[in-house]
Ligand binder design. Structure first.
Ligand code: LLP
Length: 426
């Protein structure tokens, strides 16, 4: 990862922009996204589908990073987006994103959220459970409206990733279980509801997946399920949505395979079935925005414990990136203003939050550092800002997009005033 970085005069550059200049202009901590990488990644998925002659749709899973500007990028790239809450839906709509290209996910969408989705004519509601089918039926009836739906199924596949990142196995809070007949019952309800237009089946087997095995199995299973329901209801899906979860490389131990590989293996599996292949949708989040993101911090204090280890602290931490503390996620970092210097030490990169677990990187080799140096953590674009919080009343960082040598502020830095803006006196 580090070998792929570019620098000029010893400064890390991101899409042609000097990261040290970005820090001067916007302060730290700062999230920076290289928009050209986002566009490239989308192009790779599109090309992979086209090479394999599949009808397809890419739906960006916006939970990975959900601010107005990213929905606007997705609009210019002509892809769909997924939302999982009224808040994400609101943001997408406020960004001007076309509602008919939005899919609405979630295992407990509220009456209010579903009403909002119906009134705004979202493209697809991903039906997750019986309670939701009933709520939606009520809303559609009273609004006298039709809406497209897909059924989220739990296909009984567990991808081998971190346990919190597994969602497709049978014992899961998401979707309709196939084995026990829940999915069949749900399909019957939907097919019998004149206000629901059944588009197809959805499944998502997990996140940060490296191998194609899970996806191949999923493709097989989904076709099998579709065949069974074809027999039961004479219904063949227009769309199969295989979810997201394509892994990225956070450090040298990670060995993800390319979109081309993923898609061609899925395509081969579908062809093997001999069936009419539905349109294939995927919902990548992490792989679209993750590698495009950098977090820039300022180096501050340092603690050296003789003959043991050194803690180098930065001015952010678990509030802007909870992933190391929550999932033991591993990242890599460089000193953005010393790209031409050799590494001389290995340190723990510590955050500033009042918790021993607030360690951003366990072991990082760095050149000799001093307070004021800029540490750039790499591949932080997914689930960083979107899971950011105000623990210890630290304001959330600003977000800047860079592309072709230009930078643009897309989320302002939170102020202390913002932090108390919802507090009421007592
Ligand atoms: N579709 C569905 C239905 C999902 O539940 C998810 C992620 C995605 C698509 C996108 O998956 P991706 O391509 O980003 O792997 N906060 C965790 C990740 C949670 C993922 C939840 N669902 C993390 O930081 O690792």
């Amino acid at each position: 990862i580090i070998n792929d970085l570019t620098s000029e005069n010893g400064h890390l550059t991101i899409s042609g922009v000097d990261s040290v200049e970005l820090v001067k202009k916007y302060g730290t901590p700062l999230y920076v996204f290289d928009v050209s990488k986002i566009r490239d990644q989308i192009k790779k998925y599109k090309t992979a589908f086209e090479q394999n002659n599949l009808k397809y749709q890419i739906s960006y899973a916006s939970k990975a990073f959900a601010v107005k500007a990213i929905y606007q990028i997705m609009q210019t790239e002509n892809v769909h987006v997924d939302v999982v809450s009224g808040g994400e839906l609101y943001t997408a709509l406020a960004a001007g994103f076309p509602s008919n290209k939005i899919s609405f996910h979630g295992n407990n969408k509220s009456f209010e959220e579903l009403t909002m989705a119906v009134k705004n004519h979202v493209g697809v509601i991903m039906l997750d459970n019986f309670h939701e089918i009933e709520l939606l039926a009520r809303i559609l009836k009273s609004e006298q409206q039709q809406i497209q739906v897909m059924l989220r199924l739990t296909p009984g596949i567990s991808a081998h990733t971190h346990k919190y990142d597994q969602t497709g196995q049978t014992d899961s809070k998401f979707g309709f279980d196939v084995e026990s007949g829940q999915a069949k019952k749900a399909l019957e309800m939907v097919l019998n509801n004149p206000n629901m237009k059944m588009l197809g089946y959805h499944a998502h087997i997990g996140s940060q997946i490296f191998g194609t095995e899970g996806f191949k199995l999923l493709a097989q299973k989904m076709i099998k399920i579709a065949q069974n329901f074809q027999t039961d209801f004479n219904y063949w899906p227009k769309i199969l949505n295989l979810g997201g979860g394509f892994g990225i490389s956070y450090n040298e131990d990670d060995d993800p395979i390319s979109p081309t590989e993923f898609i061609s293996q899925i395509a081969a599996e579908l062809r093997n079935s001999g069936e009419e292949i539905p349109e294939i949708w995927i919902e990548p989040g992490r792989s679209i925005v993750g590698p495009a993101g950098y977090t820039l911090y300022k180096v501050g204090s340092r603690k050296d414990i003789p003959n043991l280890s050194s803690y180098l602290s930065v001015d952010g931490g678990m509030g802007d990136n909870i992933r190391p503390a929550l999932y033991q996620a591993k990242y890599e970092a460089v000193i953005a203003n010393k790209m031409d210097q050799a590494t001389t030490q290995t340190v723990h990169i510590a955050g500033k939050y009042c918790e021993s677990g607030d360690i951003l990187i366990d072991q990082q080799a760095l050149p000799t550092t001093e307070p004021g140096d800029i540490l750039a953590m790499l591949d932080t674009g997914a689930y960083g800002y979107s899971m950011a919080m105000n623990y210890n009343r630290n304001p959330r960082p600003a977000v800047v997009f860079v592309e072709n040598g230009q930078d643009k502020l897309v989320v302002k830095r939170e102020t202390y005033q913002d932090l108390i803006s919802l507090d009421c006196d007592y």
